[in-house]
Every structure is written in C-alpha cells, then in structure tokens.
Design a protein around this ligand. Structure first.
Ligand SMILES: [Zn+2]
Length: 283
C-alpha cells in the first residue's frame, strides 16, 4: 500500500509500508454448523427453594422454613382463580411457615408480630396441645403441607385473625389440593377415592375462601390479601364460579365491566369469565 504509509521505510519500518491498513477477515473454510440439540434442563424442585429465616412471634424461636425463589421460577400458566402454575414446583407448598419450637403456623406474608392477647390464645389453644413432628426434608411433601395448612387455619381461628387472612389460607390450601391431584394424576397414582376426597376438600376450601373474601370486601380496607379492588372483585367472581355460585360471579363480573378503574386486561378476564358463566347456563 503506497500513500499514507510511505515514509515508514525511513523509520526502519520498511516492511510495514506494504501492509494493508485494514485487516481482511481470514477466510475460513465453511464448516457446516451442527445445531446443538436443545438441552432439556430438568428443573428440580430443590433448586427452586431456599431456607428463609423466621422468628416466631409466639415463642421467639429462630428457625428457617423453605420458601420459593421467585426469581428462578418459570410461570407456565395460571388457573381461572389466578393459581400460578410454575415449572417444576407447586408454589403453594411453600406458602406456610411453621415454628418447630411451639407449632405456630401462618402464611409467609402473615408471619409477623402478634398482639399479647393473640400470643396467649395461640399458646393456650395450640402450643400446649400440639403433637407433631415438623419434617424438614429436602423438599416439602403434599401430605405434610396439608397438615401444616390445617394448623395455620387453627391458629388463625384461635388468634381471631381477620377474615382476609383466613380466606388467604383457604385459597392457597385449595391450590395445594388441586396441585396434589394433578401430581398424583401425572404419576398415575390417583385413585378414585383419593380424587373424591381431595377434590371435596378443595371445594370446601374454595367455599370458605369465597365467604372470607366477601366478608373482607365489606369490612376491611384495601389492599385485601395483597389485592386492589378490581383484583379482589375478579378473585371473588372466579372463586364463586368455581363453587357454582354463578349469581355472585355474574354480579362481580358486571361490576368489573362497568368500572372506570379496571384496566383492559382485567376487563378481558372478566369477559372471559362472563362467557364461561353463560356457557354453563346454556347446558
Ligand atoms: Zn414458636
């Protein structure tokens, strides 16, 4: 290359005078690229949880309970009542914490300080009587968690928890039971007896959740169970539909459809639910 590089010879860089300024990319032989087989990563439940520290509001015991890593999970779908379906994990299995010291159990977002009178009530009615091993395996089992949800409900009753907290337990308990049925079905272990029992319990949980949500809507201030007005109305409509209380479902759906604060996503969900109600009535 003559021109701008000429003169390099005088600097003792004679060889460089002839060089091209820009390097040409080395021509590589075309090697057919073998597409890598998409790697099927098996998501293991144990990798999607971690030990979270808790301090018991009843006995001050410090302990850890397994909770789901929200950042690591992949949401696959959601049920009508917003139950999230994640890949490799049933999230509702990790929504209740229980103190191994005294047996007190509560939903993770509600595991917080209690009033002195509530502590006494839990001690007298739960801790002084409870006999259970709190299993701490690598992952939690559905059967253990069913028991844990029951203890959380018992604690909510004796401490006179708000209706919203009780409804929250019932809703997540229903999700756990639904997840359990699906898991047994996938594994081919669902007997007719088990299905009847678990589905019956799920329906009962949903009925109780509905009752609590309606009470909370009348008596409590927002947010209720972490929901704003429209989300709560939708949840009531969905759970009412699931428990065949279509008059309640239809009423809440029409409130969402005429609401000036509901966004288009919520209106779409309400419209879908309205369609389901109409279809059921055609039959
Ligand atoms: Zn405790």
């Amino acid at each position: 290359m003559a021109g701008i590089l000429s003169g390099l010879k005088g600097l003792g860089l004679e060889e460089l005078e002839k060089r091209e300024l820009y390097e040409e990319e080395e021509k590589t032989k075309e090697i057919p690229i073998r597409k890598a087989e998409p790697k099927r990563v098996i998501v293991e439940e144990k990798d999607l949880i971690y030990d979270k520290s808790f301090s018991c509001p009843v006995c001050d015991h410090k302990f850890t309970s397994k909770v789901m890593k929200t950042g690591k999970t992949r949401l696959v779908s959601a049920d009508l009542d917003c139950r999230p379906v994640y890949e490799g994990i049933e999230s509702s299995k990790y929504d209740v914490a229980q103190c191994p010291g005294c047996g007190y159990a509560a939903m993770v977002p509600y595991f917080r300080p209690l009033l002195k009178t509530q502590i006494e009530l839990v001690q007298e009615n739960i801790c002084d009587h409870i006999k259970m091993e709190i299993s701490e395996g690598e992952i939690y089992s559905y059967e253990d968690m069913i028991t844990r949800y029951r203890v959380a409900l018992a604690c909510a009753i004796v401490k006179h928890a708000k209706d919203s907290e009780k409804a929250y337990i019932c809703l997540h308990f229903a999700w756990l039971l639904r997840g359990y049925v699906q898991k047994l079905e996938e594994e081919g272990h669902l007997t007719a007896e088990k299905e009847k029992r678990l589905k019956g319990q799920e329906t009962e949980c949903l009925q109780k959740a509905l009752e609590g949500l309606i009470n909370a809507r009348q008596k409590e201030s927002l947010p209720i169970c972490g929901m704003d007005q429209i989300s709560l109305d939708y949840m009531i409509a969905a759970v009412a539909y699931e428990t065949e209380k279509d008059n309640i479902a239809a009423k809440m759906v029409s409130e969402i459809l005429v609401s000036s604060i509901a966004n288009s996503r919520m209106k779409d969900k309400a419209r879908d639910l309205k369609q389901l109600i109409l279809e059921r009535h055609k039959k």
